[in-house]
Design a binder for this molecule. Structure first.
Ligand code: FPP
Length: 251
């Protein structure tokens, strides 16, 4: 049975997911790691559909980190092939669900067979307004921050911005996520309790849900359970519990 949707004010607008555990899922079953990634790629689509069905507005999926190039070339190539396969198979249907598709990370370093379909998908869906699907590919939060800091420094040198007047928004507007709301919820599968260079600045006030489930077993039901867990959390943004809880004593 699928989980109920939390009431609107308890529903995250933007969810980020660190999809982890594909390798362990495969090795538990005596399967090659790529089989874990293949099953993980199928789950990815199931979770996108679940997010849309629950009324979440934006989903950012950490599909390939800037550090993942250190993996064996065969695994890296296999991951990109899976990415291209999943895109080709589901793009049309996702487009019918009004999904706007974008990427964060440096995709210029990726092979053409995936980079070109990705760029085409971004261009073809740019006017869709139903749901934002952001795929983090060759992404690292520190790399993104350095790039934004360089832009700020260049603008300061060019006299376009006064260094003393720089505010958080000036940096945030130069991050790759500019225009997107900050994530309200970050989910990490496979029980690891790390952010692993994912949306470090944007997640400053995000709630974090860690689930022991390996990504290939994390489907619509588990996503719904994570939303339920989020709905129970009290977000304080530095305030006291009394300040943020609505008063119930008025007569
Ligand atoms: C982490 O599992 C998962 C990844 C590094 C890749 C996630 C990719 C997909 C779900 C497939 C879609 C691919 C693209 C490029 C869109 P792990 O291998 O780190 O698992 P382990 O920690 O158990 O070894």
């Amino acid at each position: 049975m699928t989980q109920p949707t939390p009431e609107p004010k308890r529903l995250p607008v933007h969810v980020g997911i660190i999809m982890d555990g594909n390798g362990r899922w495969a090795s538990q079953r005596g399967l090659p790691r790529l089989e874990g990634h293949r099953r993980g790629a199928e789950r990815l689509i199931e979770v996108v559909d679940a997010a849309i069905d629950h009324g979440v507005r934006c989903l950012t999926l950490f599909a390939f980190s800037a550090e993942n190039w250190k993996r064996p070339a065969e695994e890296v190539g296999g991951l990109f092939k899976l990415g291209e396969w999943v895109l080709r198979l589901h793009l049309h249907r996702l487009s019918k669900r009004h999904v706007r598709f974008s990427t964060i990370g440096d995709i210029t370093a990726m092979p053409e067979f995936i980079r070109i379909p990705l760029e085409e998908a971004v261009a073809a869906s740019k006017d869709n307004t139903g749901f934002e699907l952001v795929i983090a590919l060759n992404y690292g939060s520190r790399q993104e921050t350095v790039k934004a800091a360089k832009q700020l420094a260049a603008d300061a040198v060019a006299g376009k911005i006064n260094p003393d007047a720089i505010q958080w928004d000036d940096l945030a507007n130069r991050l790759e996520t500019h225009g997107l709301p900050d994530p309200d919820l970050i989910i990490r599968t496979s029980g690891e309790s790390r952010l692993s260079n994912f949306l470090l600045l944007q997640a400053a006030y995000a709630e974090i849900v860690i689930t022991p489930t390996y990504w290939p077993d994390f489907g619509a039901e588990a996503f719904g359970a994570a939303l339920q867990e989020y709905a129970k959390r009290e977000r304080r943004y530095g305030m006291t519990g009394e300040q943020i809880r609505p008063t119930t004593q008025q007569s």
